[in-house]
Design a protein around this ligand. Structure first.
Ligand SMILES: [Zn+2]
Length: 110
């Protein structure tokens, strides 16, 4: 089984063939994909993909190059998405990573 540990199928470049591509993954031997969000929007999209495709696992977060317009309200919104993921009982949920991010971002703002 192939485990794709980092993919961005939420990217607009997959707009035309995303469903066909993701639907074909199990028959191509891909058993799991982690789709990390880079912004709040892409994190939301990643969760939608995880809901639609059971082998896709979302991660909520901010990519460093997308942090330029970060504000504390976004972190609160990210926690909301985190709660949404917990509701899905996703086993890959990494609360320690989100806590570490919270600590790091809080230190930067202090
Ligand atoms: Zn990435």
């Amino acid at each position: 089984m192939i485990f794709d540990t980092h993919a961005h199928y939420d990217d607009e470049r997959f707009e035309e063939d995303r469903d066909a591509l993701l639907s074909s993954m199990p028959s191509r031997g891909v058993g799991a994909i982690v789709n990390p969000g880079c912004t709040l929007e892409s994190s939301r999209f990643a969760i939608r993909l995880a809901e639609q495709y059971p082998f896709v696992h979302a991660a909520v977060g901010f990519h460093p190059e997308n942090c330029h317009d970060y504000c504390p309200e976004q972190l609160a919104m990210a926690r909301g998405l985190h709660d949404e993921m917990e509701a899905l009982y996703r086993p890959h949920l990494d609360t320690a990573a989100l806590d570490a991010l919270t600590d790091a971002l809080t230190r930067e703002l202090a």
